[in-house]
Design a protein around this ligand. Structure first.
Ligand code: ADP
Ligand code: ADP
Length: 230
């Protein structure tokens, strides 16, 4: 079964004045690296929010491994255990150190205090930040903050990473490091990576590019049928 299957998703805002998604269909298989790209306002973030169960479509089918995402009984559990979500603006807690931020998703789980801390240090080491464990976000560079956020997204070992313009706030050097890290996680751990970017040169790093325009997928780099025939 695919990891995600979307059939004819539609989403309006402002009482129908804005049609953010106008009938979006696609499948994502386990271990794929998919970029969702297209101009500002075409519906990329809206679509990613649905995959993250942060919002629901008005109509259409959206399944994660045969479960309907709009019908999940516990969306926070899905977000904490099945997926990692990476935001353009990092969303770290400023009064927590790096190692504390990474532990946040683990508080609901089974790990005790020491195991939780050890895992957070291991994750920070994996993203190249073993020397920044006790730093507060305000003392880190943008690239370092995003790598802390990526470590946090991996806390519960999710099979899927959803990233919304993960390099949008970074200079080119830090952006390259963050992209390299995401690709490495995808390749080494077979993580399914779905990344929203308006930047075509970044999108081309993916194995498959979904191009959106005005609330529709207008091309799919890995599809042998038209998107609307799925
Ligand atoms: P993208 O990520 O491609 O820039 P979005 O998904 O953010 O596009 O937005 C798609 C369209 O929906 C845009 O016209 C945007 O202004 C609108 N939109 C997105 N979120 C909201 C919202 N919460 N309320 C009203 N309009 C929204
Ligand atoms: P991105 O740059 O990642 O596409 P946006 O800046 O478009 O993100 O959106 C950031 C947040 O603002 C999202 O939660 C989105 O739903 C909301 N949003 C986007 N456009 C509008 C809008 N026109 N009205 C209200 N909320 C919006």
């Amino acid at each position: 079964a695919p990891v995600y299957e979307a059939i004819d998703l539609k989403k309006d805002y402002d009482g129908g004045q804005v049609q953010a998604l106008r009938g979006v269909s696609f499948r994502v298989n386990a271990g794929e690296f998919v970029a969702i790209t297209g101009p500002s306002g075409c519906g990329k973030s809206t679509l990613l929010q649905m995959l993250g169960a942060l919002d629901k479509p008005d109509t259409g089918t959206l399944n994660y491994r045969d479960q309907s995402l709009p019908d999940l009984t516990d969306p926070p559990a899905y977000r904490a255990h099945e997926i990692g979500f990476i935001f353009q603006a990092f969303h770290l807690l400023p009064t927590y150190t790096a190692v504390e931020n990474v532990q946040i998703p683990m508080f609901e789980g089974k790990l005790g205090t020491k195991a939780r801390r050890d895992r957070a240090i291991e994750l920070l080491t994996q993203v190249g930040l073993s020397h920044r464990i006790h730093h507060f976000p305000g003392k880190l560079s943008g690239g370092e903050r995003q790598r802390v956020a990526i470590a946090r997204s991996l806390a519960n070992n999710p099979g899927v990473l959803l990233a919304d313009e993960p390099t949008g706030n970074l200079d080119s050097k830090n952006a390259a490091q963050v992209l390299e890290l995401l690709v490495k996680l995808h390749q080494e751990q077979r993580t399914t990576l779905i990344m929203v970017t308006h930047d075509m040169s970044i999108a081309r790093m993916a194995e498959r590019v979904l191009l959106m325009k005005d609330g529709l997928i207008v091309s799919d780099g890995n599809l042998d049928v038209e998107p609307n025939q799925l």
